[in-house]
Design a binder for this molecule. Structure first.
Ligand code: BG6
Length: 528
C-alpha cells in the first residue's frame, strides 16, 4: 500500500506516504484451488464461435495448467460447423496462445482431451447422437458423467437448445446415476422481462434450479468480489457506509473498444441490455446491499435481490437529470481514427441504438435514502476504466473558513476494478510549512501487491464454481426479473418514444461521452 497525492482545491502538493501489506500476508504462494475438483466433461455449444476461442478454452487451459482441474476432464466442442477433432484442436492451438501463455508440453496433453462433434440445434437426432458420443468418451476415460453444458451460442438458440437437451434426456439427473448435468447460460438472459420469464420457464421444464448457472462475468472478477471483503471484513467502513456520510456514488464502466464484429447483436441490445441490466446492476448491488448473515450463496443472493427491490422505479417521463443517452461518433482512440457507430459494418446508417448511458439511480431504503448512484457505461470512451467512486460528504462546518474558504474537499474512496485493481482513499492533511494550507493525499492499495500466486480470470472463476456447484457468483431468476422490470421504462423510452432521436447525444470517440454527462462524470468520479 502506498499513499499518493491527489488534487485538492485547497492546495496541490505532492507527497508519497507508504503503507505495507502485513508481513504474514507477504509473498504467499497460493494454490489455485484448495481441494481437488471433481472429474467432469465440459460440453461447449457454439464451439466454432468467438467466445469459445477467446474466453472458454483459454480459461480451461489455464485452469488445467495451474492444477485447477481434476486430472480427468474432457472438453467437447460442438456446433453446426463440420469439423474433425483435429481441426478443432488446431484452431484452438492457434487461438489460445493469443490470450494466454501456453506451455508446449502441457498443451500436448490438454489437446488430447479436446474433441468435437456437430449438432443441429433443431434436430433431436443429433442430440441423441451427442449423448451417445459423450457416454462412450466418458466410458473410455473412466469419467462419471458429470457434465457442464455451456451455451456459448446466440441467445436466439437458447430455448431450442435447452429443449433439445431436455427432450434427449441429457438434462436428466436420474440418468446420470454417478454424476450431475449442469447448464451454463451466457448473458443476455432474455431481452426484456417477458422473454426472461419465458426462457426461465423452458429451463425449469428440464433442469432443477440447482443445475442452472446464469453467468455474469463481472461478479467473478476478483476485484468485484473483493468489495464484499472490504465492506464486511472491516469494522471501520460499514458504520459510515450510508446516507449520513456518503454524498453520492459513481459507478463507471467505460470501454475504448467499439462494437467490433458484434453489430448484429449490439443493434438489438444497445448499452442498456449489454451492460446495465447485468454488470452495472451487479456492481450496484455489491456496493449497496446489506450485509448477509453468512457468506453463503443464497444469503448473498437474497441481499442482492432485496436491494433490487428497493430501487426507486423510473417514471415514464424520463428527463436528462436521470437518463443521458449517447451514441459514439467518429474520433481518435490511441492515435488511430475510428469510425462512428453508424458507419460500423452491420449498423444501420440511421441507428438510434445507444452506446452510452448514464442513469441516476435512487434506492428507497433506510441506508440510502437521498443518495444518488450515477451509473455510467459506454463504448469508444477515452479509455478502459471500471471503478466505483464513493464521494463522502463535506465536513459539516469548516473551522478553517477564514483561510481556506467554506469548502474543503470531501473524502473519496475509489474501488478500481480494471485496469487498475486498487482501492484508494483520499483525505486532507496539512501541507508542511508555516502556512495553513491543506493538501489531499491518497492512500493507495494495489490489489496484487505482494501477491505471487496464480490470478484467476473471471471465466476461470466461473468455470471453477460451476464444477464446484457454487451459485454465489451467478444470477438468480428473481434478481434478473427485478432488474429487467426496473429498466423497462428506460428501454421503452429508447425504443418507442417520439423524442428518442433528439435525446440521443452523439459523442466523439475517445471522449468521456456526451457533454452533459461529461460534467457529471468529472464531478462525481475522479480526475477524468
Ligand atoms: C460483455 C459485453 O458482457 O462485457 C461487452 O457484452 C463488453 O460489450 C464486455 O465489452 C466488457 O467486459 P470486460 O470484462 O472487458 O469489462
Amino acid at each position: 500500500m502506498n499513499i499518493d497525492t491527489a488534487h485538492s482545491d485547497q492546495r496541490d502538493d505532492n507527497a508519497v506516504v507508504r503503507c505495507v501489506v502485513a508481513d504474514s500476508d507477504r509473498r504467499q504462494r497460493v494454490r489455485l484451488v484448495e481441494t481437488k475438483q471433481e472429474p467432469c466433461t465440459i460440453v461447449i455449444f457454439g464451439a466454432s464461435g468467438d467466445l469459445t476461442r477467446r474466453k472458454l478454452v483459454p480459461a480451461l487451459y489455464r485452469l488445467y495448467a495451474e492444477g485447477g482441474l481434476s486430472d480427468s476432464f474432457l472438453i467437447i466442442g460442438t456446433s453446426r460447423t463440420e469439423m474433425t477433432h483435429n481441426d478443432f484442436r488446431n484452431i484452438m492451438k492457434k487461438a489460445v496462445p493469443l490470450y494466454c501463455n501456453v506451455d508446449r508440453k502441457l498443451w500436448e496433453f490438454f489437446a488430447t482431451r479436446l474433441f468435437y462433434t456437430t449438432v443441429e440445434y433443431n434436430n433431436p437426432a443429433t442430440f441423441i447422437d451427442l449423448g451417445t458420443f459423450l457416454s462412450s468418451l466418458e466410458r473410455d476415460h473412466n469419467l462419471p458423467g458429470n457434465r457442464i453444458y455451456n451455451l456459448a451460442i446466440p441467445p436466439s438458440l437458447y430455448k431450442m437448445t435447452i429443449r433439445m437437451l431436455g427432450e434427449s434426456g441429457l438434462s436428466d439427473e436420474r440418468r446420470h446415476e454417478q454424476g450431475w448435468p449442469r447448464v451454463v447460460i451466457e448473458k443476455p438472459f432474455g431481452r426484456d422481462l417477458a422473454t426472461a420469464i419465458d426462457l426461465n420457464e423452458t429451463l425449469r421444464e428440464y433442469f432443477h434450479e440447482r443445475q442452472i448457472f446464469r453467468i455474469d462475468h463481472y461478479l467473478a472478477k476478483e476485484t468485484v468480489q473483493s468489495i464484499l471483503m472490504f465492506r464486511f471484513a472491516n469494522s471501520i467502513f460499514e458504520p459510515i457506509w450510508n446516507r449520513n456520510y456518503i454524498h453520492d456514488v459513481s459507478i463507471i464502466a467505460a470501454e475504448s473498444l467499439g462494437v467490433e464484429h458484434r453489430a448484429g447483436y449490439y443493434e438489438e441490445a444497445g448499452v442498456l441490455r449489454d451492460m446495465f441490466q447485468n454488470h452495472m446492476m451487479q456492481l450496484l448491488s455489491t456496493t449497496a446491499m446489506e450485509p448477509p448473515s453468512l457468506f453463503e450463496a443464497e444469503r448473498v443472493r437474497d441481499e442482492r435481490v432485496k436491494l433490487f427491490r428497493s430501487l426507486r422505479p423510473f417514471s415514464h417521463d424520463l428527463d436528462s437529470d436521470n437518463v443521458i443517452l449517447g451514441q459514439y461518433g467518429g474520433g481518435v482512440i490511441d492515435g488511430t481514427e475510428v469510425p462512428a457507430y453508424r458507419d460500423e459494418h452491420g449498423v444501420s446508417a440511421s441507428s438510434l441504438t445507444p452506446t452510452f448511458a448514464m442513469l441516476t439511480v435512487l434506492i428507497d431504503n433506510w441506508r440510502w435514502q437521498g443518495v444518488p448512484f450515477y451509473l455510467t457505461s459506454g463504448k469508444r470512451m477515452a479509455r478502459k476504466l471500471t471503478e466505483i467512486v464513493v464521494n463522502f460528504k463535506e465536513v459539516p462546518h469548516s473551522l478553517f473558513r477564514a483561510v481556506l474558504g467554506e469548502h474543503i474537499s470531501a473524502n473519496r474512496l475509489i474501488m478500481g476494478i480494471q485496469p487498475d485493481e486498487r482501492i484508494t482513499l483520499t483525505f486532507q492533511t496539512k501541507s508542511p510549512g508555516s502556512n495553513i494550507a491543506l493538501r489531499s493525499v491518497t492512500m493507495d492499495f494495489n490489489y496484487l501487491q505482494s501477491y505471487e500466486g496464480p490470478i484467476l480470470d473471471a471465466y476461470e472463476k466461473v468455470l471453477l464454481d460451476v464444477i464446484g456447484g457454487d451459485h454465489m457468483l451467478f444470477w438468480r431468476q428473481d434478481g434478473l426479473e427485478l432488474t429487467w422490470s426496473y429498466l423497462t421504462p428506460v428501454l421503452d423510452f429508447c425504443e418507442t418514444c417520439a423524442e428518442r432521436s433528439s435525446r440521443l447525444q452523439i459523442y466523439e470517440s475517445g471522449s468521456w461521452g456526451p457533454e452533459t454527462a461529461r460534467d457529471k462524470i468529472s464531478i462525481h468520479s475522479r480526475r477524468i
